[in-house]
Design a protein. Structure first.
Length: 256
């Protein structure tokens, strides 16, 4: 019998705009306890970094650093709580999404400024402040397409209408990513080898009514995904969409 490992993927919590216990996050955490994943994937944009929106036009002196520190504190509390529910053998991966990359790029741009040199020990640094190494996470940049068998994962990098089609044609591989906050799938079957290649985007774990939309319609959907990986690289991926803070998992159980 081939060995099968189970993985759990979440993306786009966008702290401090993340789901709370009463509207979905508690249901996900209950599922983690039951599922006992062998692989835990955080696929990016766990933090929103709202204080660095428009960072290319900002100076270090003008950044609300305490707002960023608050986001990090919430993220640490969430990771403490969720990681404690994982099995000891669980393999863990953390992607820096485009929102976390705001801080990384801002740090690099301003590293020689007088303000930075004076305050560099207190300016947030995510790998250190989220204790990612201590937690046992392998850290990936935004578009590091990392393989789990024949399935590649990365945060995502475009918002085009048919982004899954674009990514299958560009990467020519099976892909799953977040970034767009809504589920979509496109499959292409090669003419010669008849091998299907699919790209999936998955839902988000943040509010699906963003302030900047002013209450207007959008395609954001609460959700996450699980996958089963055989030791020969073959896999099955199951996106899970949530409605009103609840979902029925592939095990047939209702979580809310």
């Amino acid at each position: 019998m081939p060995k099968v490992r189970m993985g759990l993927i979440t993306a786009d919590e966008q702290i401090p705009f993340h789901l709370r216990d009463h509207n979905g996050m508690g249901a996900v955490e209950k599922y983690i306890v039951d599922a006992k994943p062998d692989i835990r994937v955080r696929l990016g944009d766990m933090l929103d970094m709202n204080a660095l929106q428009g960072w290319t036009r900002m100076s270090p002196e003008g950044v609300e650093w305490d707002e960023i520190r608050d986001e990090i504190a919430i993220a640490n509390d969430m990771m403490d709580r969720q990681d404690a529910k994982l099995p000891a053998h669980c393999e863990k991966h953390f992607w820096m999404g485009n929102h976390e990359e705001r801080l990384m790029k801002f740090r690099h741009k301003n590293r020689f400024s007088a303000y930075w040199i004076k305050n560099k020990t207190t300016i947030p640094y995510l790998i250190r402040d989220l204790k990612l190494k201590e937690r046992g996470y392998k850290v990936h940049p935004q578009n590091d397409a990392h393989p789990f068998g024949k399935l590649y994962m990365f945060h995502g990098d475009n918002y085009s209408t048919w982004h899954t089609q674009k990514n299958v044609l560009a990467y020519e591989a099976n892909l799953v990513y977040g970034h767009v906050h809504s589920p979509q799938r496109f499959t292409k079957v090669g003419r010669i080898d008849k091998s299907p290649k699919s790209a999936w985007s998955i839902g988000c774990l943040c509010s699906t009514n963003p302030e900047w939309k002013n209450g207007g319609p959008n395609a954001w959907v609460s959700g996450f995904a699980i996958f089963y990986l055989q030791d020969n690289g073959l896999f099955n991926l199951y996106p899970v969409d949530m409605s009103k803070g609840s979902f029925v998992a592939p095990n047939g159980k209702l979580y809310k």
